[in-house]
Write a protein that binds this ligand. Sequence first.
Ligand SMILES: [Zn+2]
Length: 171
Amino acid sequence: MSKQTQRKSMKYEKKEYKKTRTMEANWYLSSYNYKFNITHMQPFLKKMKQKKLIGNKCSGCNRVFYPPRLVCGECLVKPDRWVDIRETARVATYVIAYLKNEEGEVEERPLVLVQHDGCDTTSIAELAPGVDVKDTYIGLPVRAHWKDEPEGGLEDIEYYDLMEDDAEDLQ
Ligand SMILES: [Zn+2]
């Protein structure tokens, strides 16, 4: 059984609120500044620069997060261990994006969520240029394609190259 199905389902209870008073108002979201703290990402970003992948692991549920998370959404604790994960991954799901190229023509491109081997979460990614939407499927094995000179960021993986599917004999 996968970890996903073992997880206890969280119940959301909608409360009845008594309406008191209504006021006309505007809420200008653009006037707010929000600083996102990425200090928990530092060991991860350092490894990215060396073309190595790590995720952080929650000691409550043993899930491994890539990209690392500040807090486990289920256990509400900070993941406290770093573990190596592989640069190979599988396409967990995908959508077809219709993008205009420089000539103004609409191109079909697969936009994928990849799950790296050794981790429990997915991240959004692009497949190598030229990969046809028709060749994309759930479970497609891929491998991270690194930038020539990584800078220590999530963009260090430019896209994902296709790999030989080793599950052919299972069909
Ligand atoms: Zn957890």
